[in-house]
Write a protein that binds this ligand. Structure first.
Ligand code: ADP
Ligand code: ADP
Ligand code: MG
Length: 668
């Protein structure tokens, strides 16, 4: 076994590899860009080498520099993770030339599987079933069109060098072929520097089922069963699970053996994934009728490998290290078993309601569900991530923040765990798909395992622009949090005293919220018996709340929930067990000050008592400076100067009761 490896990647996969290396007492070297100088993966490794600027081409893609870093730190091998250099045969070759082990397949296997068209030719020879189509070298547009006509529409034009869901065009009708071909070639040239395409039958309502394979240097192969990655957006995976629902033992064996044949055909070594597109001619009810076709082979560890780890109890990174150091595969096919069901959800910084537009920003709040270390994920929740609270999701890299992996005895149990884990995942600071993932998990199609790659568009009515929390609960939560905050501040702040004030009438306090850009006025009434009545639009009733260890237990208008409210500026993020939402909490006092500022005076925004003045006549004050403290409804409010000026006159004394709108002081 190696004593030291370099991890040529960042984020969650670099942390993931480092965790196994640590467990195996293999020392680790991280590499990092400017943007990642303080990243979690750097801390996760024993040493770190700076590569350069933040853009991947200035850092994680600079393979000469990475090889140099491995040599200078005495690492014997390089783990490429996924993405970046993982499927770059030149890099694999350069490692060998430098006397370093590339933890992955031989360069020849990467090359053989690197282009979709060439790999299909190889697979044809190896007897692996292919999607009907054309994958020849002749790229004459007239020939491609004739092939498409022969295959029959709809067809899919694919960039041979494509990846990451890019460079694909579905064509419904013959007359659209020419334009689609031109646009596909343009994208392929721009993204991959290679405009070769292939044409395939566009399978209707297919499933994406892939097989994890492993080979060693002694020529042994096993398959570690399948993963179903049918839930996709823009041809990219959103949720992955293992085993595939409805999979029969016979089909599993056929697919597994086809995948091993594919690996064997290219003398594959290490971890690889053979992706199949699966036709369901019998619909969801007849999984035994499924027909599978080779799509491509990914010659690396896959993002979704943890679901395979969860159902097999194995550590695939450990297997990678063992195989790369020359050991035989630890287990034979007959030793491998599936236990239970696992699902992975990719948590990404993106806005599902805006066509999954990637988002950037700071993870101001980042709370994870209670989870286990990855090697003990069985029967629980595992979180793989490469970030900490306070870290920035920058525009330079992938938008994936974390992966939640759950395991249970059954799919139902895994689903319930995933929903619970998503509910406990609390991120504030940037847009994420966490709520969207919950809607997918709970959607009828996913819950009933009616899987195909069109699940998201089919279920769109329950997936997008959902509001599970509702305005009444959001307002109740925000008001409860405001009251608790004010009590907390009053307790700690010597500037404010609250002795002896009694409310003799019913005191009403107004709040201004905005929910989904709509103004939502709310009124809180202090009743004589000390209870609170809240009115929000049509909803009105007693507001009862109590701080608990989990957050705030709120009851209002027939709803009761334990919520957590996290403020970010004027926005309150409300997390409830059944969903999360945002509400704008407009500080009426601050804005009341602004509104009256032109006259150079300040008035009480509510009936109450003047607690104290922080200034006296003649003082020069600057905008935002605290001028006075008022107390109303058992809470205190600081009145801040709306502009620079000089205090002309104080109109009340501490202890005075004032009516709403009463002038408190005059500013010049
Ligand atoms: P998987 O099947 O494991 O999900 P993907 O093809 O989605 O693999 O890629 C995994 C990761 O690798 C992506 O999140 C991305 O960071 C990187 N990646 C793969 N292919 C590309 C590509 N063509 N362009 C940019 N990044 C890519
Ligand atoms: P990439 O290299 O971008 O991962 P793939 O060839 O693996 O490209 O295809 C990505 C996704 O596109 C698949 O998971 C599937 O959803 C869809 N897809 C690919 N080929 C077909 C096809 N022939 N018919 C229908 N959908 C397909
Ligand atoms: Mg693919």
């Amino acid at each position: 076994m190696f004593t030291k490896i370099l991890i040529a990647n960042r984020g969650e996969i670099a942390c993931r590899v480092a965790a196994t290396a640590r467990r195996m007492a293999v020392r680790t070297v991280a590499v990092y860009s400017d943007a990642d100088a303080h990243a979690k993966h750097v801390a996760a490794c024993d040493e770190a080498v700076h590569l350069g600027g933040s853009a991947p081409r200035d850092s994680y893609l600079r393979w000469e520099k990475i090889i140099e870093a491995a040599k200078s730190t005495g690492a014997q091998a390089i783990h490429p993770g996924y993405g970046f250099l993982s499927e770059n045969e030149e890099f694999a070759q350069a490692c060998a030339k430098a006397g370093l082990v590339f933890i992955g397949p031989p360069a020849s296997a990467i090359q053989a599987m690197g282009l979709k068209a060439e790999s299909k030719q190889l697979m044809e020879k190896a007897g692996v079933p292919l999607v009907p189509g054309y994958h020849g070298a002749d790229q004459d547009p007239a020939l491609l069109k004739a092939e498409a006509d022969r295959i029959g529409y709809p067809v899919l034009i694919k960039a041979s060098a494509g990846g990451g869901g890019k460079g694909m065009r579905a064509v419904e009708r013959a007359e659209d072929f020419e334009a689609a071909l031109a646009s596909c070639k343009r994208e392929a040239t721009n993204s991959f520097g290679d405009d070769a395409v292939l044409v395939e039958k566009y399978v209707q309502r297919p499933r994406h089922i892939e097989i994890q394979v492993f080979g060693d240097t002694q020529g042994h192969y096993v398959y570690l069963f399948e993963r179903d990655c049918s839930v996709q957006r823009r041809h990219q995976k959103v949720l992955e699970e293992a085993p595939a629902p409805g999979m029969t033992q016979a089909l599993r064996q056929q697919m597994g053996e086809a995948a091993v044949a594919a690996a064997r055909a290219v003398n594959y070594v290490g971890a690889g994934t053979v992706e199949f597109i699966v036709e369901q001619p019998g619909g969801y009810e007849k999984p035994e009728a499924m027909k599978f076709f080779f799509m491509e082979m990914n010659t690396r560890l896959q993002v979704e490998h943890p679901v395979t780890e969860a159902i097999t109890g194995l550590d695939l990174v450990e297997w990678q290290l063992r195989v790369a150091s020359g050991e035989p595969l630890p287990l034979r096919q007959s030793d491998l078993r599936i236990s239970g069901h696992a699902i992975e959800a990719r948590i990404c910084a993106e806005n599902p309601d805006n066509n999954f537009l990637p988002a950037t920003g700071t993870l101001r709040t980042y709370r994870k569900p209670p989870c286990l270390a990855f090697e003990r994920a069985s029967d629980g929740v595992r979180v793989d991530d490469g970030v900490r609270e306070g870290d920035v999701i920058s525009p330079f890299y992938d938008s994936m923040i974390a992966k939640l992996i759950v395991h249970g005895d059954t799919r139902e149990q895994a689903l319930a765990r995933l929903d619970e884990a998503l509910a406990a995942t609390r991120i504030v600071g940037l847009a994420t798909n966490v709520q969207f993932l919950r809607h997918v998990v709970l959607s009828p199609s996913f819950a009933q395992a009616r899987l195909d790659t069109a699940l998201i568009p089919r279920e769109q009515a329950v997936l997008f622009n959902q509001e599970p929390v509702g305005v009444a609960l959001a307002v109740a939560a925000a008001v409860a949090q405001a009251l608790l905050d004010e009590q907390g501040r009053a307790g700690a702040d010597p500037f404010s005293r609250r002795d002896g004030w009694r409310s003799h009438g019913q005191v009403v306090r107004r709040f201004a919220f905005e929910f989904h850009d709509q103004p939502v006025p709310a009124e809180l009434t202090y009743l004589h018996d000390g209870s609170l009545r809240l009115a929000v639009g049509e909803a009105a009733g007693l507001l009862v709340f109590a701080a608990t260890a989990q957050g705030i237990d709120v009851q209002f208008a027939g709803q009761r929930a334990t919520v957590q409210v996290v403020a970010q500026g004027e926005t309150d993020h409300v997390f409830a067990p059944h969903g999360a939402t945002r509400i704008l909490n407009i500080d009426l006092l601050a804005h009341a000050g602004e509104a009256h500022a032109e006259g150079g005076r300040l008035s009480a925004p509510m009936p109450g008592k003047v607690v104290s003045f922080a200034v006296k006549a003649g003082d020069k004050v600057s905008k935002g400076q605290a001028l006075a403290v008022m107390e109303a409804m058992k809470m205190e409010h600081t009145i801040a100067a709306p502009a620079d000026g000089t205090v002309a006159e104080l109109l009340y004394s501490p202890g005075d009761q004032v009516a709403e709108g009463a002038e408190l002081l005059r500013l010049q």
